[in-house]
Design a protein around this ligand. Structure first.
Ligand code: SAM
Length: 363
């Protein structure tokens, strides 16, 4: 076990990528831990929110760690050999906490939802210490912490990171999330949790993709990186006999997809599978006939097409021979050549000013 408040230099990112040199913590983790080391006492019950790869969770023994991200939960588990209690839903907060340590997310809706749920699980005087990298910070975080928690003070910036401090002095409030969002082509509004992609309205890329969902027969369809599930649900609407698998690394995405699927297809025969996972790592080879994918272009704060490429490799593995992967992306992302590398073929089947829809067949 590490001494408390130290970052284990062996800490690794998950998924482990050969040749990747990126460090698994940043200066915000370092200054958070340096601050905690100087506190007289952390109190008995500590909650960590939004740890990325385990730097905080492993350095604060006995704390509970909340993350919406499968990749973070796996990193914490991999680095900490299950020594840390990790929870993945906001409903899993069980206070009252003495101290809450937060990595401020870029998504302020998610921060607001988290703070509102937290307001029921803290007591007057509960301390909050939040850390962020200056380049990722949205100023609205201060306003939200003031609104839901209490008056804020801040540290000096160090190594381009900074802390926000507050003591709880408000009362319990209801969260404004999830949202009920109307979707073109659906009578019922969709349930969108606060950390779901394009939570306030249908994304314009997704809208274009929905116009190009193929008609089968497909025994099994995979919605890879499903968000609120609108792609897989639309595929089910036009392929009523297909079984749909939804995967996402965000717990809130899957919870939204499941709520939306069950509301639209309440019959037991319309079953579907929901997997909180990395891409579709555990998918059996040759078990899927159609994969639909609108890939992410970042993992957390790291931007790039590496997640897309891992998704293409998983899609290739799980597709049956002759099976189809259909992908949408911004034209500048060059998915046709990335897909050719994995599948040996690719074809642009539709495009508009901004997006391309690209097919690849498992040979
Ligand atoms: N399919 C939805 C749509 O078209 O509206 C969402 C698409 S959004 C561009 C990409 C989705 O991939 C997000 O929901 C994100 O949480 C998910 N994602 C990101 N990294 C992932 C990973 N490593 N494994 C699985 N899902 C991931």
């Amino acid at each position: 076990m590490n001494p408390p408040f130290q970052i284990d230099p062996k800490l690794r990112r998950y998924p482990v990528r050969t040749g990747e040199l990126l460090q698994a913590w940043d200066a915000a983790d370092e200054i958070l831990l340096a601050h905690l080391a100087g506190m007289a006492s952390l109190g008995k019950k500590v909650l960590i929110i939004g740890d990325t790869f385990g730097a905080l969770s492993l350095a604060i023994p006995g704390a509970t760690s909340y993350t919406d991200s499968f990749l973070s939960a796996e990193a914490i588990r991999m680095n900490g050999a299950n020594a840390v209690r990790v929870v993945n839903r906001l409903e899993d907060f069980h206070g009252p906490y003495d101290l809450v340590v937060v990595r401020v997310p870029k998504n302020l809706s998610f921060l607001e939802d988290t703070l509102a749920r937290l307001s029921h699980q803290v007591a007057p005087g509960t301390k909050l210490v939040a850390g962020y990298m200056l380049k990722h910070q949205a100023n609205g975080a201060f306003d939200l912490i003031e609104k839901y928690f209490g008056a804020t003070t801040t540290s000096l910036a160090k190594k381009k990171a900074r802390l926000i401090f507050a003591d709880f002095e408000r009362g319990p409030v209801s969260s404004p999330y999830p949202l009920a969002v109307s979707m073109p082509g659906f009578e019922l509004p969709f349930v969108n949790h606060s950390n779901v992609f394009s939570r306030e309205r249908l994304d314009i890329g997704t809208r274009f993709f929905l116009e190009h969902i193929p008609v089968g027969p497909f025994a099994t369809i995979l919605d890879l990186g499903c968000g609120n599930g609108v792609v897989g649900i639309t595929a089910k609407k036009i392929n009523l006999l297909s079984r749909v698998i939804f995967t996402d690394e965000s717990r809130m995405a899957l919870d939204s997809a499941e709520a939306n699927f069950r509301a639209i297809f309440p019959s037991a025969t319309d079953d579907a599978t929901f997997r909180w996972t990395n891409a579709y790592t555990e998918g059996r080879p040759e078990s899927v006939d159609l994969v639909l994918c609108n890939p992410p272009f970042h993992q957390g704060a790291t931007v790039g097409d590496f997640v897309a490429r891992e998704m293409f490799a998983d899609a290739h593995r799980v597709l049956t021979p002759g099976g189809l992967l259909r992908v949408i992306g911004n034209t500048h992302l060059r998915y046709p050549s990335a897909l050719r590398n994995v599948f040996g073929n690719s074809e642009v089947v539709a495009s508009n000013a901004k997006f391309q829809i690209v097919d690849a067949i498992k040979l």
